[in-house]
Write a protein that binds this ligand. Structure first.
Ligand code: SF4
Ligand code: SF4
Length: 168
Protein backbone atom coordinates (compact mmCIF):
# COMPACT_ATOMS: atom_id res chain seq x y z
CA UNK A 1 0.00 0.00 0.00
CA UNK A 2 1.51 3.32 -1.02
CA UNK A 3 1.66 6.32 1.24
CA UNK A 4 -1.31 8.16 -0.29
CA UNK A 5 -3.72 5.23 -0.06
CA UNK A 6 -2.53 4.56 3.52
CA UNK A 7 -3.10 8.22 4.36
CA UNK A 8 -6.59 8.13 2.80
CA UNK A 9 -7.49 4.93 4.68
CA UNK A 10 -6.40 6.38 8.02
CA UNK A 11 -8.37 9.55 7.36
CA UNK A 12 -11.49 7.47 6.69
CA UNK A 13 -11.03 5.32 9.83
CA UNK A 14 -10.37 8.16 12.22
CA UNK A 15 -8.17 8.01 15.35
CA UNK A 16 -7.25 4.66 16.89
CA UNK A 17 -6.79 6.11 20.38
CA UNK A 18 -9.52 6.74 22.97
CA UNK A 19 -10.37 10.41 23.72
CA UNK A 20 -9.79 9.74 27.46
CA UNK A 21 -10.86 11.45 29.72
CA UNK A 22 -13.30 13.34 27.48
CA UNK A 23 -15.07 10.57 25.57
CA UNK A 24 -17.35 7.78 26.75
CA UNK A 25 -15.64 5.21 29.02
CA UNK A 26 -13.63 2.61 27.12
CA UNK A 27 -14.58 -1.04 27.66
CA UNK A 28 -12.34 -2.63 30.28
CA UNK A 29 -11.28 -6.28 29.88
CA UNK A 30 -12.92 -8.42 32.59
CA UNK A 31 -9.59 -9.99 33.56
CA UNK A 32 -7.62 -6.74 33.77
CA UNK A 33 -5.57 -6.70 36.97
CA UNK A 34 -6.59 -3.49 38.68
CA UNK A 35 -7.34 -2.02 42.09
CA UNK A 36 -7.26 -4.34 45.12
CA UNK A 37 -10.47 -4.82 47.11
CA UNK A 38 -10.75 -6.31 50.60
CA UNK A 39 -13.71 -7.91 52.37
CA UNK A 40 -13.18 -7.95 56.13
CA UNK A 41 -16.22 -10.21 56.64
CA UNK A 42 -14.54 -13.15 54.88
CA UNK A 43 -10.94 -12.68 56.07
CA UNK A 44 -9.29 -15.41 58.17
CA UNK A 45 -6.68 -13.02 59.53
CA UNK A 46 -3.90 -15.38 58.41
CA UNK A 47 -1.74 -12.42 57.22
CA UNK A 48 -0.49 -14.45 54.25
CA UNK A 49 -1.21 -11.58 51.86
CA UNK A 50 0.86 -9.17 53.96
CA UNK A 51 3.79 -11.60 54.13
CA UNK A 52 3.73 -12.47 50.42
CA UNK A 53 3.11 -9.04 48.91
CA UNK A 54 6.35 -8.33 46.98
CA UNK A 55 6.01 -4.57 47.21
CA UNK A 56 4.95 -4.29 50.86
CA UNK A 57 1.68 -2.61 49.88
CA UNK A 58 -0.40 -4.49 52.49
CA UNK A 59 -0.33 -3.74 56.19
CA UNK A 60 -2.40 -5.22 59.03
CA UNK A 61 -2.35 -3.26 62.31
CA UNK A 62 -3.76 -4.14 65.73
CA UNK A 63 -5.90 -1.30 67.10
CA UNK A 64 -8.26 -1.06 70.10
CA UNK A 65 -11.17 -1.75 67.70
CA UNK A 66 -9.66 -4.88 66.14
CA UNK A 67 -7.27 -5.33 63.25
CA UNK A 68 -7.15 -2.87 60.39
CA UNK A 69 -6.22 -3.72 56.83
CA UNK A 70 -4.64 -1.21 54.47
CA UNK A 71 -3.50 -1.71 50.92
CA UNK A 72 -1.68 1.29 49.50
CA UNK A 73 -2.60 1.47 45.80
CA UNK A 74 0.39 3.58 44.65
CA UNK A 75 2.72 0.84 45.97
CA UNK A 76 0.81 -2.14 44.55
CA UNK A 77 2.33 -3.62 41.39
CA UNK A 78 -0.87 -5.53 40.48
CA UNK A 79 0.91 -8.89 40.50
CA UNK A 80 -2.11 -10.79 41.89
CA UNK A 81 -0.07 -12.77 44.45
CA UNK A 82 -2.32 -11.77 47.35
CA UNK A 83 -5.47 -12.96 45.57
CA UNK A 84 -3.82 -16.16 44.38
CA UNK A 85 -2.80 -17.26 47.88
CA UNK A 86 -5.72 -15.86 49.90
CA UNK A 87 -7.58 -18.95 51.18
CA UNK A 88 -10.99 -17.23 51.23
CA UNK A 89 -10.55 -14.69 48.41
CA UNK A 90 -11.23 -11.95 50.96
CA UNK A 91 -8.64 -9.97 49.01
CA UNK A 92 -9.08 -9.80 45.28
CA UNK A 93 -8.21 -7.72 42.27
CA UNK A 94 -10.93 -5.77 40.51
CA UNK A 95 -10.63 -4.58 36.92
CA UNK A 96 -10.91 -0.96 38.06
CA UNK A 97 -7.92 0.99 36.74
CA UNK A 98 -9.12 4.49 37.74
CA UNK A 99 -6.25 5.21 40.08
CA UNK A 100 -4.88 8.46 38.62
CA UNK A 101 -4.57 11.02 41.42
CA UNK A 102 -2.91 14.26 42.39
CA UNK A 103 0.29 14.07 44.42
CA UNK A 104 -1.55 15.70 47.34
CA UNK A 105 -4.04 12.79 47.38
CA UNK A 106 -1.49 9.98 47.48
CA UNK A 107 -1.86 9.20 51.18
CA UNK A 108 -5.58 8.66 50.69
CA UNK A 109 -5.10 6.11 47.91
CA UNK A 110 -5.77 3.09 50.10
CA UNK A 111 -8.19 0.23 50.44
CA UNK A 112 -9.12 0.16 54.10
CA UNK A 113 -10.90 -2.48 56.16
CA UNK A 114 -11.43 -3.46 59.79
CA UNK A 115 -11.76 -6.92 61.28
CA UNK A 116 -13.59 -6.04 64.49
CA UNK A 117 -12.96 -7.46 67.95
CA UNK A 118 -15.34 -10.00 69.38
CA UNK A 119 -16.12 -11.13 72.90
CA UNK A 120 -15.66 -14.90 73.07
CA UNK A 121 -18.97 -16.74 73.56
CA UNK A 122 -17.22 -19.23 75.91
CA UNK A 123 -14.64 -17.47 78.04
CA UNK A 124 -15.63 -13.83 77.51
CA UNK A 125 -12.08 -13.03 76.39
CA UNK A 126 -11.14 -10.81 73.50
CA UNK A 127 -10.75 -12.25 70.02
CA UNK A 128 -10.99 -11.19 66.41
CA UNK A 129 -14.10 -11.70 64.35
CA UNK A 130 -12.25 -13.61 61.65
CA UNK A 131 -13.62 -16.43 59.51
CA UNK A 132 -12.48 -19.74 61.04
CA UNK A 133 -10.25 -21.88 58.85
CA UNK A 134 -12.28 -25.05 58.49
CA UNK A 135 -10.85 -26.36 55.22
CA UNK A 136 -8.98 -29.23 56.89
CA UNK A 137 -11.39 -29.94 59.76
CA UNK A 138 -12.62 -33.55 59.65
CA UNK A 139 -15.42 -34.50 59.77
CA UNK A 140 -16.60 -31.25 58.16
CA UNK A 141 -18.53 -28.72 60.24
CA UNK A 142 -22.15 -27.83 59.60
CA UNK A 143 -23.02 -24.23 58.74
CA UNK A 144 -24.40 -23.77 62.28
CA UNK A 145 -21.18 -25.09 63.83
CA UNK A 146 -19.13 -22.66 61.72
CA UNK A 147 -21.22 -19.78 63.12
CA UNK A 148 -20.67 -21.08 66.68
CA UNK A 149 -16.96 -21.49 66.04
CA UNK A 150 -16.65 -17.96 64.71
CA UNK A 151 -18.12 -16.57 67.94
CA UNK A 152 -15.15 -17.91 69.92
CA UNK A 153 -11.57 -16.81 70.55
CA UNK A 154 -8.72 -18.94 69.05
CA UNK A 155 -8.23 -21.00 72.25
CA UNK A 156 -11.92 -21.73 72.64
CA UNK A 157 -12.20 -22.54 68.93
CA UNK A 158 -9.78 -25.43 69.47
CA UNK A 159 -11.69 -26.58 72.57
CA UNK A 160 -14.94 -26.37 70.64
CA UNK A 161 -13.56 -28.56 67.84
CA UNK A 162 -12.27 -31.16 70.32
CA UNK A 163 -15.58 -31.21 72.18
CA UNK A 164 -17.33 -32.03 68.90
CA UNK A 165 -14.85 -34.78 68.02
CA UNK A 166 -13.42 -32.80 65.11
CA UNK A 167 -9.77 -32.86 64.06
CA UNK A 168 -8.44 -29.42 63.17
S1 SF4 B 1 -7.11 -11.31 53.07
FE1 SF4 B 1 -6.82 -13.50 52.73
S2 SF4 B 1 -4.59 -13.87 52.81
FE2 SF4 B 1 -5.01 -11.82 53.70
S3 SF4 B 1 -5.19 -12.21 55.91
FE3 SF4 B 1 -7.27 -12.29 55.06
S4 SF4 B 1 -7.62 -14.47 54.59
FE4 SF4 B 1 -5.41 -14.20 54.88
S1 SF4 C 1 -1.43 -7.37 43.77
FE1 SF4 C 1 0.69 -7.90 44.34
S2 SF4 C 1 1.66 -5.93 44.87
FE2 SF4 C 1 -0.57 -5.60 44.86
S3 SF4 C 1 -1.21 -5.88 47.00
FE3 SF4 C 1 -1.45 -7.87 45.96
S4 SF4 C 1 0.48 -8.96 46.33
FE4 SF4 C 1 0.84 -6.79 46.79
Amino acid sequence: MNFLSLFARNLRRGPYTEPFPFGPPSPTPKRLRGRIAFDAATCEGCLLCEKLCPSGAIKFTRTPEGMTFDCWHPTCVFCGTCEFYCPTKAIHQTNDWHLAHFQSEKFGMTEHGLIPNLVCADCGGKGLNTVPNTAKVRPPLSAEEVVQLRARCPKCRNKFLKSRGKKP
